[in-house]
Design a binder for this molecule. Structure first.
Ligand code: ATR
Length: 290
């Protein structure tokens, strides 16, 4: 089922996901089904990788290598093995999508921020209607909880769209550092509890608060949610976190972490193949194998 019993020939394009651990990844399932659906002579494998540098030296030298996804713990370390890096990915300091050009050079992207930001933009359009041209995030007050890898992705992504970014984090130093880099404002988590200067704000949780098994926790008390028109949670286990439930009850549009996950996959597929992603197929498979 995973590899659709494909015949591998010398000209078969080889893709994969590198990580450690990597066996749990559903990417091979999604990408192999997608390649098959359009008749691409390509396969997508799990690559259990210890030493990223050694891996990329080999990978950029072999003709059948075409691209790979990159997950924990290699998203940062892989940067130094690239020939070309998307400017925002470079600022974020993490990559998850690598394309091998025919000349062997490696170009890297970060599709996590694109997936999250596009899901949030669509949520805002749902709320306010579509206005062509400008991003619905332009001028919005955008509060990011957390300053780790996901926090950086959301903060840089929102800043790039013209949002006014606030970064709040348990360790305040990290919030300050990130806020400075994106031209935003830093706060403590306690300060965000009493921060409601205007209506129509956007909230993005990237902390692990509320993640399984501690599903009763929330990074921000319900009373503090009243001025947010949209709340996103990067957590996807569980899909419906306490934060999202309480935001829904408060009347906000909610955007699930699963949406970031699936959309980052659409972007990877586009970068790998130059084709539009088979979105319905991806969604169906993700639900079936949740
Ligand atoms: P990721 O790559 O998913 O962003 P990470 O880099 O480990 O993961 O970051 C985890 C984030 O969750 C951090 O912002 C962390 O805050 P600190 O910088 O203070 O460590 C935040 N976090 C984790 N547990 C938390 C908790 N119990 N309360 C508040 N924030 C928490």
């Amino acid at each position: 089922d995973l590899y659709n019993f494909r015949l591998i020939r010398p000209d078969t394009k080889v893709y994969g996901i590198i990580g450690k651990p990597v066996g749990h990844s559903k990417s091979p399932l999604l990408f192999n089904a997608a390649y098959k659906s359009v008749g691409l002579n390509a396969v997508y494998l799990h690559f259990l990788v210890d030493d990223v540098e050694k891996f990329f030296n080999t990978y950029s030298a072999v003709d059948f290598a075409s691209g790979c996804s990159c997950t924990i713990p290699h998203k940062e370390a892989a940067l130094k093995c690239m020939d070309e890096i998307d400017p925002i990915a470079k600022k974020i300091g993490a990559i998850n999508n690598i394309v091998r050009r025919p000349d062997g050079t490696l170009t890297a992207f970060n599709t996590d921020y694109i997936g999250a930001i596009s899901a949030i933009e669509d949520g805002l359009r749902e709320l306010n209607g579509v206005s062509p041209g400008a991003s619905p995030l332009a001028g919005k007050l955008f509060v990011v909880l957390g300053a780790g890898g996901a926090g950086k992705s959301l903060a840089y992504g929102a800043a790039q769209k013209g949002a006014r970014v606030v970064v709040a984090n348990r360790t305040f130093e990290r919030a300050k550092d990130l806020a400075e880099k994106v031209g935003g404002q830093a706060m403590t988590l306690a300060e965000v509890e009493n921060f409601h200067p205007e209506e129509g704000m956007v909230l993005a949780n990237t902390t692990s608060v509320g993640m399984k098994p501690k599903i009763d926790e929330t990074p921000l008390a319900k009373h503090a949610l009243k001025n947010y028109c949209l709340v996103f949670d990067a957590i996807y286990t569980p899909k419906d976190t306490r934060l999202l439930r309480e935001a829904r009850e408060t009347g906000a549009v909610i955007v699930y972490g699963t949406e970031m996950l699936i959309r980052q996959g659409f972007e990877q597929y586009k970068n790998f193949t130059g084709l539009p992603a088979p979105e319905e197929l991806f969604r169906t498979l993700m639900e079936k194998h949740a």
